[in-house]
Design a protein around this ligand. Structure first.
Ligand SMILES: [Zn+2]
Length: 379
């Protein structure tokens, strides 16, 4: 196994975790590389380990050398069952420091609901995916986008979206909008911004899947952040009625981590396992993936870049989530972001007693597994 194919992950030498991180010593993830089989396992570099990485007995943690597929499946199942009996680990594993992110371009997007948002595209030093921030309101700006770059022209700045106010034909300055700013631009920032961290879900958002509620959650988050003030009390769900007209806007950080981080292909395999009787957590474990391979360091870094971090926003943010573990994960290793309040998202079908929202036998099982195995608080 020393001749790993070129595309394999880099092999790391077995070594003890750094002594300044004593909490890692007992962690299965870092100790894996020290086991007998660990030396042959292309382990993940520590910097890539997710705060939400599910320890212990992650089926993908060690390479199983037994080539008998039936025996291997049984071993994997046994490992998975052992894992399921373990109490969930409460403290999420956090990256030691935030990754570096840079907003490359920002553009105004009028949406089909009539609201406007600014789509921000990010590059980072952790992976080569294009993560996004969907920003509602005019008060939230990216510092890395606005930063002056050597040799740039005003046109360069406007093309990448580093302008104030609105673009219009003939505009020459990125810094001064010669047309009157709209009232919303001058309004004072009072309410902490509403934030949603959303992981890409091709099936749920694009291919009309009713196996999960990702599409509905994305729509709902956008709706809450773009609600016109005057309509808010009349039509808004209970949990959103505290949103004020002087809301500082909202951010949906859209992370490209499909299928809880395992990728679309593996997610589709997991769906087949679900049709064979596994729930969403068991299916991931049978495929030797962690139940949840997502990480949130990038989201924290993006929020800091958008001025929602503790350094520029001492009032904190309001986080739209049902997952209490996500709150700590988003706050970052050194509390770079402060979550002032957790705002729950009740599935539309539950809120409207089945009149609206997703109707499928799969979605109920999916939501129940989120509650019973992943610690989500939906009620
Ligand atoms: Zn989904």
């Amino acid at each position: 196994m020393t001749d790993l194919p070129a595309h394999a992950s880099p092999k790391l030498e077995p070594q003890a975790a750094p002594s300044d991180r004593p909490e890692d010593q007992s962690d299965n993830v870092s100790s894996t590389s020290g086991t007998a089989t660990g030396g042959q396992t292309p382990a993940l570099p520590e910097s890539l380990l997710s705060p939400a990485f599910t320890p212990p007995a992650t089926p993908g943690g060690t390479l199983n050398l037994d080539t008998n597929p039936t025996k291997r499946l049984h071993q994997t199942q046994a490992a998975s069952l052992r894992h399921l009996e373990d109490p969930p680990k409460k403290a999420p594993k956090l990256l030691p420091e935030l990754p570096h992110v840079e907003c490359i371009v920002r553009a105004r997007i009028p949406t089909t609901t009539g609201a406007e948002m600014f789509l921000h595209l990010y590059h980072n030093d952790l992976d080569n995916k294009e993560h996004l921030a969907i920003v509602f309101g005019n008060t939230i700006r990216s510092r890395s986008l606005d930063r002056a770059r050597p040799g740039e022209t005003e046109m360069d700045r406007m093309i990448r979206g580093a302008y104030v106010g609105k673009l219009h034909p003939g505009r020459v300055s990125s810094r001064f909008d010669d047309e009157k700013p709209s009232p919303s631009e001058t309004q004072k920032k009072v309410e902490p911004p509403l934030v949603r961290i959303h992981s890409e879900c091709y099936t749920g958002e694009t291919a009309w899947s009713a196996r999960c509620d990702c599409g509905e959650q994305l729509d709902e988050a956008a709706r809450l952040m773009s609600f016109p003030v005057e309509d808010l009390s009349a039509d808004a769900p209970l949990e959103a009625q505290s949103l004020k007209s002087d809301s500082a806007g909202g951010v949906i950080v859209y992370l490209r981590q499909e299928g809880r981080g395992i990728g679309l292909g593996e997610k589709l395999k997991a769906y087949n396992l679900q049709d064979l009787g596994s729930d969403t957590v068991e299916a991931n474990l049978l495929l030797r993936h962690p139940a949840d391979a997502r990480s949130y360091g990038l989201a924290t870094a993006i929020l800091v870049d958008l001025g929602c971090g503790a350094d520029m926003n001492p009032d904190g943010i309001r986080l739209l989530t049902n997952n209490p573990d996500k709150v700590r994960a988003i706050e970052g290793p050194n509390r770079e972001v402060m979550v002032k309040e957790r705002v729950p998202m009740i599935p539309l079908a539950w809120r409207t007693h089945g009149e609206r929202g997703i109707k499928s036998s799969e979605i109920e099982g999916y939501l129940q597994t989120k509650i019973s195995k992943m610690g989500h608080m939906i009620q």
